[in-house]
Design a protein. Structure first.
Length: 496
């Protein structure tokens, strides 16, 4: 194994990082994996291919999730050396996914020759699907397909395939480019040119402006509350006065406050509850606010909807909690991370996909990074949600790439479900996304402001909402069947 091969694998990881927000250079996605594919030839052993793939994963996961260190150290209270150690553990574990992919692809190449590059797309999707569900409840953050979101025409396939279809297209194009280079033939490049032409020429459709009973007038309050804000006393009263004033005058149908780092309690804290009820009455609008509730003695990360008369009409408890932020997985082993959770809370997960009724329409609400999980988000429109809302506190990410990455994933969730998605964040980036992935209005990162806009109600269901990750499951089955055939079959490797 030469350093040149390892460096080439690292180059693929770097190109994938650069293709995603930020810096968001999506054109790099079309050939990001070509270097990796080019070094997985028949001179590379299985172990060597796994090592090259592992290096690719180290660069990719390290480059896309570098913000974990600051999140744990600056905001989570862990010492810097421990934060770096946890980050290194995270990267080291998740890089095993690209190592697995490279090892499986190398097996195919050694069995069938260069033509096995055509297996790369279903293999990649199968491994991404494992990543999205297995370790720590899954972590589908910045899958490769998110690099293609700026290509609005191609983005629309997610209504059928989910985000995994975008990954399939990206990896498939990379594999065909590599095959064309390896064979010195133009034929594999023909479908590549067709895909690229469509990508660069086809725009996403735009939703018709909602009107009448189908229109939901929304006001998002971007609160910009520091993670380390000194709660209690005069400071808390002054802050709530300012945010209440920032919420503006009557006019919207729905006012949203984001998930917040504050100890806000509806019900358990009469002062805060009375203040929120008074605000809803003053605005004559429904008010959605993030707060802390309880299941027995365990706290929950919750969202409550208040009616225009100040009465709480619904409560949603966050279902998918953040590992190391809202609970510690493998707590007996990772005992050193308990200090971080003590600073945030050891929460109980919710169990209900709550729908809130607003003026006869149903709204689905998710909290924080729940919107990076396609399978969770689709449950709300499947149950009848006509508009999707996500409230989050991206203050944990500071000014890193993570808030931009988070917004990118929210855009895909809107298209998968063909729903307007209203996104209220503490520090930004708040936005309203239309059902075709167009950002209608958005705020800037790191400002205290309000954002007014309009969303529309929809009741149709996409194939993805109805049937879920069928495409991903088919990719898993196809990859497994082909590899099984390679184990039991005896064809000689092609040297084309």
């Amino acid at each position: 194994m030469t350093l040149a091969r390892l460096a080439t694998g690292a180059l693929s990881g770097l190109f994938l990082v650069l293709a995603l927000p930020k810096p968001d250079l999506p054109v790099l996605g079309w050939f990001a994996l070509v270097p990796l594919f080019m070094v997985l030839d028949d001179r590379v052993t299985g172990r060597q291919s796994v090592l090259v793939g592992y290096v690719t994963g180290l660069v990719f996961f390290g480059g896309t999730c570098y913000w974990i260190v600051a999140t744990m150290n600056t905001y989570g209270g862990l010492p810097l050396i421990v934060s770096i150690a946890v980050f290194a553990l995270f990267v080291g574990v998740f890089a095993l996914h690209t190592a697995l992919f490279a090892g499986l692809l190398c097996f195919g190449l050694r069995r069938w020759g260069q033509g096995a590059l055509l297996l790369a797309a279903p293999l990649w999707v199968a491994v991404e699907f494992i990543q999205a569900h297995l370790i720590f409840g899954g972590f589908p953050w910045m899958l490769a397909g998110y690099a293609l979101v700026p290509y609005g025409g191609i983005l629309e396939i997610v209504t059928w395939t989910g985000v995994y279809g975008l990954s399939f297209v990206l990896v498939g194009v990379n594999a065909l480019v590599a095959l064309a280079v390896c064979r010195r033939s133009w034929r594999p490049g023909v479908p590549v040119l067709a895909v690229l032409a469509f990508a660069f020429l086809a725009d996403a459709p735009r939703a018709d402006p909602p009107a009448g009973d189908d229109m939901l007038r929304v006001r998002i309050v971007q609160t910009l509350i520091p993670i380390d804000y000194p709660w209690g006393g005069v400071e808390e009263t002054q802050l709530l006065d300012e945010l209440s004033g920032l919420s503006g005058d009557p006019g919207p149908d729905l006012v949203l406050w984001p998930e917040t780092p504050g100890p806000f309690f509806l019900g358990a804290d009469p002062t805060f509850s009375d203040r929120m009820a008074a605000l809803a009455r003053r605005l004559g609008a429904h008010l959605l606010v993030g707060y802390i509730d309880f299941q027995g003695e365990m706290p929950t990360n919750s969202a409550g909807l208040l009616s225009p008369d100040g009465t709480q009409v619904s409560r949603y408890d966050k279902i998918h909690l953040v590992p190391f932020g809202e609970y510690v997985p493998l707590g007996r082993i990772l005992f050193f991370a308990e200090s971080m959770v003590r600073n945030v809370g050891n929460f109980a997960p919710g169990t209900e996909y709550t729908l809130s009724v607003l003026n006869g329409h149903r709204i689905g609400t998710t909290i924080c990074y729940e919107d990076v999980f396609p399978g969770l988000m689709r449950q709300f429109p499947k149950r009848g949600a006509e508009v999707m809302v996500n409230i989050t506190n991206d203050g944990w990410f500071g000014s890193s790439s993570a808030p931009y990455q988070h917004l990118r994933m929210a855009v895909v969730r809107a298209v998968e479900a063909r729903r307007y998605l209203v996104r209220a964040t503490n520090t930004g980036i708040s936005a309203i996304v239309d059902p075709y992935g167009n950002i209608v209005v958005r705020s800037q990162l790191g400002e205290r402001t309000t954002l007014d806009g309009v969303a529309g109600y929809r009741t149709d269901q996409t194939m993805y909402v109805r049937f879920g990750d069928v495409f991903a499951y088919l990719s898993v089955l196809a990859a497994g069947a082909i590899l099984l055939l390679g184990l039991v079959g005896h064809p000689g490797p092609s040297r084309e």
